[in-house]
Design a protein around this ligand. Structure first.
Ligand code: A3P
Length: 346
């Protein structure tokens, strides 16, 4: 009888223990999903002491974090947002390019910072006339909800190469911070080609080889009419931007280094954005299967970029690569000179 009672008690304790553990795990998961920011950086540390004018009581913050999550999922009303001080803010920094430079990786990695909120989609406000005609309020409403102390960042790589964009951004905010992520120009051009090629293949269309597009068959010189080549002449585009913004408002991110060694690149961006350093090695882990660094928000939530990032490039004739590198060389030198950032491109 006593033995039976003991067994019953043990069973009951086991059930209760599992229940408690389950609840604990659920709570950790829920809090993590409500806000990935909390485990990295407590709210009072978000901006360092100089910036922490507003202090949220922790309890109120819990519900606010939940609300921010509901907003992201589209489940909360604007009225609720107003009640909780959530706002849609124009970006204080924009990743203006370069296409295939690693713009998505940069945005996602910066979003690890508790003071940064990303606009998930490319908005194409400044480069698309139809969108631009909808006005600044339309643009602002495309922004995610955030707390007033956070900064919103958007990325649309087409901005870098589109003629009208610098003036339009200048009219919105002449002191905005501009991030340009670049990769070795020939690699970037091949990456650009690979993306277009994949699109063609998906539609069962045939496409030219990279060599045929990049080299003019009549002159055997680099084909400067080919968009993938033109986009990689970074200095030409940057010079257009410099008619509106001083160089101090730009920060060049080394996209090749962001692939192999993301943390130091992100730390430079934190500095440029005047953010306290919050992104750490904990937030970035190398995933051997993907062959890239992936993002860790907390003990439960992590993610790698989509498979469309990090495609396998087709093999390109080495003589074409050499020709392209020789072609880009003087433009690269100028780019280093203007930006003050020397990259080890061949
Ligand atoms: P490839 O597909 O040529 O490898 P963008 O986001 O501007 O389109 O840039 C895409 C590039 O981001 C990819 O080019 C990839 O190399 C690079 N990248 C940088 N960091 C990455 C990461 N952590 N995961 C996946 N891709 C990354």
């Amino acid at each position: 009888m006593l033995f039976k009672q003991q067994a019953w008690l043990r069973q009951k304790l086991l059930v209760l223990g599992s229940l408690a553990l389950g609840s604990l795990l659920y709570l950790v998961a829920r809090v993590g999903s409500l806000d990935r920011l909390q485990p990295i950086c407590p709210i009072e540390g978000r901006f360092g002491s100089a910036h922490s004018q507003v202090e949220f009581p922790i309890r109120a913050l819990q519900s606010k974090r939940g609300l921010l999550h509901e907003f992201r999922k589209g489940n909360a009303s604007r009225e609720q947002g107003r009640l909780h001080d959530l706002v849609q803010q124009l970006p204080k920094a924009i990743i203006i390019g370069v296409r295939k430079g690693g713009t998505r990786a940069l945005l996602e990695m910066l979003n690890l910072h508790p003071a940064v909120v990303k606009a998930s989609q490319e908005i194409h406000f400044f480069d698309n006339d139809e969108n631009y005609a909808k006005g600044m309020e339309w643009y602002r409403k495309k922004m995610p909800f955030s707390y007033p102390q956070q900064i919103t960042i958007e990325k649309s790589p087409a901005y870098f190469i589109t003629e009208e964009v610098p003036e339009r951004i200048y009219k919105m905010n002449s002191s905005i911070k501009l991030l340009v992520i670049v990769r070795e120009p020939t690699t970037r051009a091949i990456s650009d080609y690979t993306q277009v090629l994949e699109g063609k293949e998906r539609k069962n269309k045939t496409y030219y080889k990279f060599e045929k597009l990049a080299i003019d068959p009549n002159t055997c010189e680099v084909n400067t009419k080919y968009k993938a080549v033109r986009t990689s002449i970074y200095t030409k585009h940057l010079e257009r931007w410099l008619k509106y913004f001083p160089i101090e408002q730009f920060h060049v991110v080394d996209g090749d280094r962001l692939i192999t060694e993301p943390l130091p690149e992100l730390q430079l961006v934190e500095k440029f954005l005047n953010l306290p350093p919050r992104i750490s090695q904990y937030n970035l882990y190398f995933n051997a299967t993907r062959g890239f660094y992936c993002l860790r928000f907390n003990i439960i939530f992590n993610k790698c970029l989509a498979g469309s990032k990090g495609r396998i490039h087709p093999e390109v004739d080495p003589s074409v690569i050499t020709k392209l590198r020789k072609f880009f060389h003087p433009f690269n030198q100028k780019f280093y000179q203007i930006t003050g950032r020397t990259l080890n491109w061949p």
